[in-house]
Structures are given as structure tokens and as C-alpha cells.
Design a protein around this ligand. Structure first.
Ligand code: HEM
Length: 208
């Protein structure tokens, strides 16, 4: 006699549903790791001889990396056809903004002790700070208009057009990085090369 329970066909594992459900929480958790690691270092005297410089540089690095990771979403979708990945683009952009805010706060609060005159003088005199500030200012409207309600209010076309400024932001951030260096340009050169590849993939795939 056949057992009705054992004879029932096994439902196939629905991988696409699992991936869809896990994508956002996994990306969110991974994106929090740099700041959690920084907190762990801070609590364990792991920030080195110049902790303020470490805080500024570490958060600046991660801000730029998240800008690039966010810009990689569309090329990955275009190359692989995996449309689901577009769901994490906004989150990645907001993480870039989050790390820029930490970067800027460390500079304003810890490096310059909220001395607004000194900060203003820096913005005017040190060109890499001027460029960094320019990049930061372009991110504010993008962060404010990142909600679904704002996309609706602005209209998808206008919203997309406005959010194209992110290319300028990323280029400005790389220039900001190069300008603050006196030697050892490998890392910003690598970021510049990654940005060039991402832009080339978009251009080729969307052509004509
Ligand atoms: C989109 C905006 C920005 C991004 C992505 C960014 C990114 C970076 C990166 C990658 C570095 C080099 C880190 C390293 O050496 O490993 C850096 C350095 C620095 N950034 Fe920014 N930055 C931005 C905006 C700003 C703004 C608005 C300010 C201040 C007004 C600022 C102040 C600084 C300072 C002072 C350093 C040099 C720290 C040092 O000499 O040790 N940045 N930034």
C-alpha cells in the first residue's frame, strides 16, 4: 500500500522567492559592517596613533566605495539580466550618504571642533575640501528625494534626470581624494578605473 504522505510530490525550492526575501536584509547587514567594525576598533583602542585622521579617512573611503557599489547596480543588471538587484540601489545610495555624513561629522566635530570660521576658511583655501563639499552638497537633494513618494511627486523621468548627478558626485569625490594626496595614487586610480568600466558598460549596453 502506498503511503499518501510519502507519495506526495516534493515542492521544488523556490530560490527566486528566497533571494527576493533575503536580498534587502543581507545587503543592509553587510552595509552596516564597516561602521560596526569602526565602533569595535574605537572601543578597543584600535584606531591607531591618529584616531581622528583614521575616522575621517575610513568613513571617506567607505562613502566613495558605496557610491561606486550603488553605481554598479545598473551595469550588473544590464550584464546579468538580474532585475531584482535594482531593489537595493536606493539603500546603497543612502549608505553612501550615511558614510559621507560620518566623514564630514568627524572633520567638523573632531578635527575642527565646530570652529565654523576655520571650516569656512578651509572650504575657500583648500581646493580638495572645496571639491569634497561640492560633492557632499550634490548628495543632499538625492538623499531627500530618495523616497518612493518623491519619485511619484517628481515624475520618474525628472527624478532619473536629477539622480544622474551621482556621476558628477563620484567623479568629484575621486578628484577630492587625488587632490588630498601627496603620493601613492593607486587607490583613487583604481576607483577611477572602476567608475570608467561601469560607465562604459552602461554606454555599450544602452547603445543605441
Ligand atoms: C561625497 C563626498 C565625499 C567623499 C566621497 C569623500 C571621500 C574622501 C576620501 C575617499 C578621502 C581619502 C581617504 C583616505 O585617505 O583613505 C577623503 C579625505 C578627506 N576628506 Fe573627504 N569626501 C567627501 C566630502 C568631504 C567633505 C564635505 C569634507 C569637508 C568639508 C571632506 C574632508 C576630508 C578631509 C579633511 C580629508 C583628508 C583627511 C586627512 O588628510 O587625513 N570630505 N575624503
Amino acid at each position: 500500500m502506498t503511503d499518501a504522505i510519502t507519495a506526495a510530490p516534493k515542492a521544488p525550492i523556490d530560490w527566486s522567492t528566497i533571494v527576493r526575501r533575503l536580498l534587502k536584509p543581507v545587503v543592509f547587514t553587510i552595509s552596516c559592517l564597516p561602521v560596526l567594525w569602526l565602533g569595535w576598533l574605537a572601543l578597543n583602542n584600535g584606531l591607531g596613533a591618529n584616531p581622528i585622521e583614521k575616522l575621517i579617512r575610513y568613513n571617506g573611503d567607505w562613502a566613495l566605495r558605496f557610491l561606486l557599489i550603488g553605481l554598479a547596480v545598473t551595469p550588473i543588471r544590464l550584464v546579468t539580466g538580474w532585475t531584482e538587484i535594482a531593489r537595493v540601489r536606493r539603500m546603497l545610495g543612502l549608505f553612501a550618504f550615511f558614510y559621507v555624513c560620518l566623514h564630514l561629522s568627524a572633520y567638523v566635530g573632531l578635527d575642527r571642533f565646530f570652529d565654523w570660521r576655520a571650516i569656512w576658511a578651509d572650504i575657500l583655501k583648500r581646493v580638495y575640501i572645496t571639491v569634497g563639499m561640492g560633492a557632499f552638497l550634490t548628495l543632499i537633494p538625492l538623499a531627500i528625494t530618495s523616497t518612493a513618494g518623491m519619485v511619484k511627486r517628481m515624475g520618474a523621468k525628472n527624478w532619473r534626470r536629477m539622480h544622474r548627478v551621482i556621476y558628477f558626485t563620484t567623479i568629484a569625490a575621486i578628484i577630492h581624494y587625488i587632490m588630498m594626496l601627496k603620493a601613492g595614487y593607486q587607490e583613487p586610480a583604481l576607483y577611477g578605473a572602476i567608475l570608467a568600466v561601469l560607465l562604459a558598460i552602461r554606454a555599450v549596453k544602452k547603445w543605441p
